[in-house]
Design a protein around this ligand. Sequence first.
Ligand code: NDP
Length: 451
Amino acid sequence: MSTLTVLNPATEEPLVELPEAGVDEADRAVAAAKAAFPGWRAVAPADRGRLLRRLATLVEENGEELALLETRNVGKPIGDSRGEVGMVADVFHFYAGAVDKHHGETIPVAGGVDFTLREPLGVLGLIVPWNFPIAISSWKLGPALACGNTVVLKPAELTPLTARRLGELTLEAGIPEGVVNILVGPGRIVGQRLVEHPDVAKIGFTGSTEVGRKVMEGAAGTIKRVTLELGGKSANIVFADADLEKAAASAPYAVFGNAGQDCCARSRILVERAAYDRFLDLLIEATKGVKVGDPEEPATEMGPLISADQREKVASYVNGQVAFQGDAPDGKGFWFPCTILAPVENSDRPARDEIFGPVAAVIPFENEADAVRLANDTPYGLSGSIWTGDGARALRVAQGVESGVISINSNTSVRVSTPFGGFKQSGFGRELGMHALEGYSEVKNVYFATD
Ligand code: NDP
C-alpha cells in the first residue's frame, strides 16, 4: 500500500505518514458498512440517540486534542478550531435528540389507512473537503447515523487527521464496528469508487463545483442519491443607510476568516456608491487589525493557506486593482496576506471565480435594484449578507437574492438547528437542522385496506 505524508501548512513540516487506501480498501470499507447496516438500523431509536449523545460528550471531553489536531493539519487559528469542535459536539447532541422526532404522517384516503415511514438509505459515501474537516464530517455523520444509515467517510487527502480521530471516538462511544468507516485515500480513486459503487446508496459531498459535477455524472450509473454543497461567490451588500462602522468592522472576518477558504466567504463586497469611499476607508482600517500568524497562538485570527498549489491559485487573482494588502509571515508556510481589490467590476475575474483565499473585491452599486442584479450575476448561490437600516428593504432584498442562506446586519451563515445549502451551482440538498434528515432517509408510503 502506498503512503501519504500529511503536512502542517503553517510550517510545511510533515505531521504523520499514513497508509493510502485504493479501490480494494474502498470496497472493503463499503462491505463492512453493508454488513453493519441491518444491526444498526435495528437499534431502538432511543438507544441510537443515547449513542450519539455519548459521541457528543466524548468530542467535548477530547475537545482540546481535536482542536489542536485540526489547527496543525489545516493551519486554522486555534480559537476557530475550538469553536468548530464545540459545534461538532452540538451537532451530535442535536441529532441525538432528533432520532425519534423525525417521523411519518397519516394521510386521509378512501377504503383504508395510509401512512408514511421514514427509512434509512443503507450505506452512504460521505466526501468531505479540507477547509472545515471535522465540522463538515459531523454535519453529514450526525443526520446519517440518526436515520439509521451506515457510512464510509472520506476526508480530503490533505486533512484526514480529525476524521480519523472521530472514527475512533465513535467506537469508544459504543457505536458498533462497521457503522462508521474512515477511508483515507485520493478523491479521484477512492472518492470516485464510492460514487460508482453499486452498494453505496447515496453520496453526501462537499467540495468544488467541478468535482460536484463529476459526482453527479458518476452517480447516474446507479441512480444514486446525491446532495452537493459546492462553491460560492457570495455578496456582502452594504447600503449607504447601514451602520457603516459595524458593517466594515465585520466584513474582513467574513472574507478573510479561515484564510478565505470558506464556501460562504463574502468575497464580493457590494457597496452603494454614495457610501463607497467612506466604507472602503473603514474596511481597510478594520483589515489592518486582522492578526495573521502562528495558528497555535490564541490571539491569531488568520493562518496560512492549505497548500502551495492553493497559494499559487490565489496569487493569480492579484495582479492589479490592489487597494490594500496586509502583512504575512516570511519563510516556511503557505502564507498569503489579506488583500482588498477596489474598485472591481462584477465582470472582472476576481469577482467571477471562487478564489478560496483572503482576497476581497469591492464593487460599487447604484441602487437597490442594481444591488440585487449584481448579487445574482454569478453562477453560484450559497450565502450572503445585507446591511441596511431600512427593515422593509432588507426583507425585499433578502427575497430577491438567489442564495440558500442570507443574513441581515450580520455575516453569520451556519447554525446547528437551521438549514444550510445552496441555490444554482452552489449545489442542492440541505445540511444541518431537521432539514438534513430529508437527505438521509427515504419516504415509504403504506396503504392498509380496511374495507
Ligand atoms: P475538491 O472538490 O477536489 O475536493 C473535495 C473532496 O472531494 C475531497 O475529499 C477530494 O478528495 C474529493 N474528490 C476529489 N476528486 C474526486 C472525485 N473525482 N470523486 C469523488 N471525490 C473526489 O476540492 P479541491 O481540494 O480540489 O479544491 C479546489 C477548489 O475547490 C478550491 O480552491 C475551492 O475553490 C473549491 N472548494 C470548495 C469547497 C467548499 O466548501 N465549497 C471545499 C473545498 C474546495 P482528495 O482531497 O483526497 O482529492
